[in-house]
Design a protein around this ligand. Sequence first.
Ligand SMILES: [Zn+2]
Length: 137
Amino acid sequence: MAVEPRHLKKAGLKVTHPRKRIMEILETKRSKHMTADDIYRGLVEAGEEIGLATVYRVLNQFEAAGLVVKHNFESGQAYYELDSGVHHDHMVCVESGKVIEFVSEEIEAAQRKIAEAHGYDIEDHSLVIYVRPKRKT
Ligand SMILES: [Zn+2]
């Protein structure tokens, strides 16, 4: 799959081979939320010789350019995802590290009400719920 280098250029980044390949991995969405290690492994599998340090550097550049969002979940490693510009919250499984996206209008509305009760408008928020698979009893 050929990725348009347009995104990179629009973000003011020169199109380099590592940037192009890392963007391609983020766009193939094997998983929407990936750690730098996940991306590095994807590159290795594709036969690329791009080091982990480069992956981190490029991800930081993408983040600074507003192309990706970095999530520092408490489970350990940071997760990166393409910035879709669409608000959503996350659930993180503490056993597998799996990241699940969700949007709840009820939660959004409740937050607006709480902020309002304190005399504020919401500027932004992020909600992370740490979960564990339900055990069958
Ligand atoms: Zn997400």
